[in-house]
Design a protein around this ligand. Sequence first.
Ligand SMILES: Cc1ncc(COP(=O)(O)O)c(C=O)c1O
Length: 394
Amino acid sequence: MTEDFYKYQAQTTPHPLALEISHAEGSYIYDTSGKKHLDFVAGVSACTLGHCHPRVVSAIKTQAEKYLHVMVYGEYIQEPAVELAKLLANNLPQNLNTTYLVNSGTEAIEGALKLARRATGRTQILYANNAYHGNTMGSMSVMGYEERKNAFKPLVPDCFPVNFNGEADLQKITTETAAIILETIQGGAGFIQPENDYLKKVRKRCDETGTLLILDEIQPGFGRTGKLFAFEHFGIVPDILVMGKGMGGGLPIGAFTASHEVMALLQDNPKLGHITTFGGNPVIAAAALATLQELTETDIVQQTLQKEKLLRKLLEHSLIKEVRGRGLMLAAMVESPEIASEVILACKERGLVLFWLLFEGRAIRITPPLTISNDEIEEGCKILTDVLNSLQKR
Ligand SMILES: Cc1ncc(COP(=O)(O)O)c(C=O)c1O
């Protein structure tokens, strides 16, 4: 299969990890040679409840036997999508009560940007340096990493960068600004958290200027940081909340949520202002609903904070300079990108899945399933520290 993988399937890098998958369950992925890999990455923060969680699999099977795709998004009343949107509303602040379901994170960002322009009648969008919001043209236009954008320009006009945590840049939010889009915790940049009430200050400036605050919680959302959504840590509420990744429990989904009043603007003038064929797909919505039910009916989300403590304790090592992030969205920072790569590849050989962050080469991504056990955390950290010890001895 490996040969066919390189021959027929489009690649994203010259050197994929190319693990040939047999099956996956809980915190483990099994390759076709029979080797077991402990997963500290969770499909890049997407497998919230681990691999093939029974509640998610059962919801998928039950729905698959009833009906699959029957109609484009928004026309027919389909129980999984309605129940998912309702349960989200019940777990969010009052103004975030209406959800538009799409197929991926980047598509949800596109919808949010369009909604902000439609709601304000303004065109300017501000975004943060080192931000990552996805790879379609709109999302790329608000990516804060020029080097990766250059080959694809011209992108969407009237998008300008600000510094994340940069108070001096707050004045760039003006009455011309439709929206400022921020990741609540910056992912690709290196798991950077807002400091000194930054988000409260952004919120205040948005209120002064009639600008919408869009928070991208595609990575930190769905419990990863110890709250259902990370903005809950920072005492503010966005106007538009964007989610994806971990929402689907392993299936592809994205969504953006706003007030009923704002979201209604996509219905008319022009009619069909944002449409999608497969958004709200019943099987995927059923998987997302089961995921959200599990997260809200158990203490899995709260447990991430205790698991973070354990990880931080076990990751104390002279080669790890700092552990960034919150909950189970952690990055072990080493001295150089070369060391990070060496550690990630050596751990792969020893049966521990780790990964890189997009723009911060010195980071080793640690974003396991939220369901990982303490024993599994200890097992993974032992492999990681053994690898670090052997590097140190050289
Ligand atoms: C913060 C953030 N925004 C947007 C995206 C894009 O989501 P997707 O890959 O589902 O399009 C990602 C994916 O990594 C992300 O981490």
